[in-house]
Ligand binder design. Structure first.
Ligand code: NDP
Length: 286
């Protein structure tokens, strides 16, 4: 089949595992809301078979795909061209087929920023922000967070050398937006932040909240990138300290909306999709 005959409508999420992914439901809801015709499915790639899976998807006419764990770095390499924010993140979560090549973006950070600034109504400009973690998720969100112009952004991680490497890569962006970018050990992150973002895998692993309550300024936003039942201990901790707790579901929907807008040229409304997804998860449905 030629690439152009079928594929204008074929999209997928590629990962390992991928069965849990909410992306098909989200993109199908976006398509319905915007009147776009597309089919979005899950593709399980073998751990050593991302490149082959992507090539097969292209042969079938795939127009675009989301990339999830553990392939965000391989997707970076597979792309012929990358957006500035993908270059900065060193990882890719969205690919778009154009002219027989894969173009790449990373929409995680802009998705998180939209969820904070638009959905939660919390501005980042001029604020003190604490980013916990220095893994893939932290790398993906740091550039767009700095682009909002926080007064100060501290990256705190168990392995402080990883935080330092991330900060060095983002030094120019921080300077451009007038933000003081610092690093800290997770055990000494500083106190009284306006926004605290948990981008560690602590909730995913069922672990305790990795910092003490002194990081929270009263009434601040405390957001865990995790969502579902695993985020509950973090949300309870935030509420118990008088902070505004938020999980990563809004980020998930907003990063998907950004991918959809890039692929289809139309921005989908997100509020109803987020509400439906939350109700579904709260009901324990799969
Ligand atoms: P990585 O494995 O790349 O990074 C893990 C990070 O967490 C590292 O900084 C690591 O520290 C730290 N860490 C792991 N366990 C603990 C712990 N028990 N206590 C303190 N720090 C810990 O993972 P990702 O960055 O890909 O994912 C991080 C989180 O973000 C996950 O919960 C994931 O579900 C979520 N996520 C949510 C998204 C969304 O759309 N809502 C999108 C992407 C991710 P060290 O370097 O010292 O090992």
């Amino acid at each position: 089949m030629s690439e152009s005959s079928v594929a204008s409508d074929l999209y997928a999420v590629i990962g390992h595992p991928v069965a849990h992914s909410r992306s098909p439901a989200i993109h199908t809801a976006f398509a319905t809301a915007t009147g776009q015709r597309l089919h979005y499915e899950r593709r399980l790639a073998p751990l050593d078979g991302f490149a082959d899976t992507l090539a097969e998807f292209a042969r079938e006419g795939g127009r675009g795909c989301n990339i999830t764990v553990p392939f965000k770095f391989e997707a970076f390499t597979a792309a012929a061209e990358r957006s500035e924010r993908a270059e900065l993140a060193g990882a890719v979560n969205t690919l778009k087929r154009e002219g027989g090549r894969w173009l790449a973006d990373n929409t995680d950070g802009v998705g998180l920023v939209r969820d904070i600034v638009v959905n939660a109504g919390v501005p980042l400009a001029g604020r003190r922000v604490l980013l916990l973690g220095a893994g893939g998720a932290a790398a993906g969100v740091l550039g767009p967070l700095l682009a909002e112009g926080p007064a100060e952004l501290v990256i705190a991680n168990r392995s402080v050398d990883k935080a330092r490497a991330l900060a060095e890569r983002h030094a120019a962006v921080a300077a451009r937006h007038g933000s003081a970018l610092r690093t800290a050990l997770l055990s000494a992150p500083g106190a009284a932040f306006d926004v605290v973002l948990n981008a560690t895998a602590s909730s995913l692993g069922g672990g305790a909240v990795p910092v003490g309550a002194s990081v929270l300024r009263p009434g601040c936003l405390a957001l865990d990138l995790m969502y579902g039942p695993a985020a509950r201990p973090f949300l309870d901790w935030a509420a118990g300290q008088g902070a505004l707790g938020r999980d990563g579901l809004g980020m998930l929907v907003e990063q998907a909306a950004e991918s959809f807008a890039w692929w289809r040229g139309v921005r989908p409304p997100t509020a109803a999709v987020l509400a439906a997804l939350r109700a579904d998860i709260d009901a324990g449905a799969h």
